[in-house]
Design a protein. Sequence first.
Length: 408
Amino acid sequence: MARTGTQPRLAWFSPLPPLTSGISDYTSEIVPYFDGRADVDVFCPRPGLLKPPRAPRGARVLRPARYFGRRDAYDACLYHLGNNPDHEFVYAAARRRPEVAVLHDTVLHHLIAHATVERGWDPVGYERVLEDEYGDRGGRLATLRERRVATDLEKFLFPLVSHVVAEAKGVVVHSHDAAARVAAGAPKVPVAVIPHHAGAPPASVGSIDRDVARRMIGVRPETFVAGHLGFITRPKQPAAILEGFARFHRKVPDSLLLMVGADRTGGALPRLVAQLGIADAVRLTGYVNLEQMYVNLRAMDVSINLRYPSAGESSGTLARSLAEGRAVIVNNYGSWAELPHDVALKVEIDRPQAEQVAEHLVRLAGDPDLRAALGDRARAYAHDHLDPVRCVERYLAFVRRVNEGESG
């Protein structure tokens, strides 16, 4: 692409708030750090007639269609792809003109199925993509899904990402686990690992510490508080979290579990809370904005972040928990396994997870020094690895590498 001016010009395809996507927040928070280093235009459609996308500081927001009339004005285009319907416009643009694919997930099957066969719009296109990647097996799976006899498990087993990766000029991922998945399908495509940045708290929560946060949400200072942040889906193992907390709560009655995020379990979450008899010790907040999320996070003693199966993603809420110096409990799996063992307590996926969650909570509740040490190491890890400025520098270095490879 032609370079203009003294700074690189970047086209950046991504959802933006008010869309309730983690990648919307990711873009809103990292794009301002490009100021002074690059000129960024973010391409995003209007979320609704009366809901224009909110422009990140220092960037313009343009309609996606405008990119294709001015694409030579940019040094690079980065397509931020996630595995949910908010990214249909990004996927369509990436297929129309492949550039740098930023994979927030290394599974795109859910997105593609939603955009085609699940809405009855393009079953032929869905079948074609599956057959191109998986041959006869893909065709049979497409037939099963058209007849509504397939499950979501097949979407993890058949990730439908190779066609995007193979056509891309370069690929950005957030973990070495994701990089290995990409390299297995397209070993010759340049790949960069740029960790998921930790973001920065909104200025409005700057003076809110643990005690103030607890007063704001009505929790006593001495109560032990565990929590989960973000959309609550079945792969995030809410049953293991709730059952593990129930075991722990029997031993430590002065305890509370905050489940902070929209419930995407189809109603299973409140039913399980009731079955376990812990309704008085669990708060289901529903979706909250970023400010409210930080208030709840600062009220917590420990943040639990499980994920199985994984779509090759990294967790923005985990990055925030680490940066806030919170003790964390994670699965020893996927990108979560890359956290050092002295930074996070690990839960193995091949052993009963609820038992392990309970054991970790008992240990953390009984050992404030351990909680403090884990929190200090978490904060240091976030400072060294998840700093947005360093992430921006890696993006710009990779853009130069891809462009030099093209010109060479």
